[in-house]
Design a protein around this ligand. Structure first.
Ligand SMILES: [Zn+2]
Length: 208
């Protein structure tokens, strides 16, 4: 993995590095699939993006939005995003967890749909893109969450964000919540439920 943090606001660098470390302790198998983490221009207001391609193996590039990561007021941006209900991000760490969540999910999708991580076929890229967009597994997970957990729709949106309902975004949001909450003590009842749901989603994906 190539970590290029030139241009990132100095105090954020430590947080980015520690988030990657924490996520890789939990999901060591995905390290091979991270090519680069770097800062760059994005065409929209997202904090970060994750693009993938196949070379010899499936690779991901995590790009951090220069408009958020090169200036000292990113915390203010988290607050605005939370208030808008789009996403439940609190820190830089949560963003990194989310992006790494995409890589974990892609690895699991590849396994489930028979795409070889280390052997590029001509249509691998297109297939993985389509699988991410077709949403079948995510919709199944949302149905199961509704049936098995006592969380209202309102609380679900508050805690996972409306963004988690976009295709391919539920699992990354669960990974972000899981890694943030798993070692926290004194969780509220609702956060404990969020942790249980997130763990359930991750275990479900591991079985794919
Ligand atoms: Zn995402």
């Amino acid at each position: 993995m190539f970590l290029n943090l030139v241009g990132v606001w100095p105090t954020y660098k430590k947080e980015i590095k520690s988030a990657i470390k924490i996520a890789l302790v939990e999901f060591p198998e995905i390290e091979q699939q991270i090519k680069t983490v770097k800062i760059g221009f994005l065409s929209d207001k997202r904090f970060a993006t994750n693009t993938f391609y196949w070379k010899k193996a499936l690779q991901h590039i995590i790009k951090l939005n220069v408009l958020a990561f090169s200036i000292p007021c990113i915390k203010k941006k988290f607050e605005i995003t939370r208030q808008s209900g789009i996403s439940n991000m609190f820190s830089i760490q949560d963003i990194i967890f989310h992006e790494i969540g995409h890589i974990f999910y892609n690895n699991r999708l590849c396994k489930y749909y028979g795409l070889d991580l280390y052997n590029k076929k001509s249509n691998s890229f297109k297939l993985l893109k389509n699988i991410n967009n077709n949403n079948t597994i995510q919709l199944q997970l949302l149905t199961e969450i509704k049936q098995q957990f006592s969380i209202s729709e309102h609380d679900f949106i508050v805690k996972f964000g409306s963004y988690s309902l976009e295709p391919g975004e539920l699992v990354p949001e669960c990974i972000s919540n899981y890694l943030r909450l798993k070692n926290k003590c004194c969780l509220t009842n609702l956060d404990f439920e969020v942790l249980k749901i997130s763990r359930y989603v991750i275990e479900y994906c591991k079985q794919l």
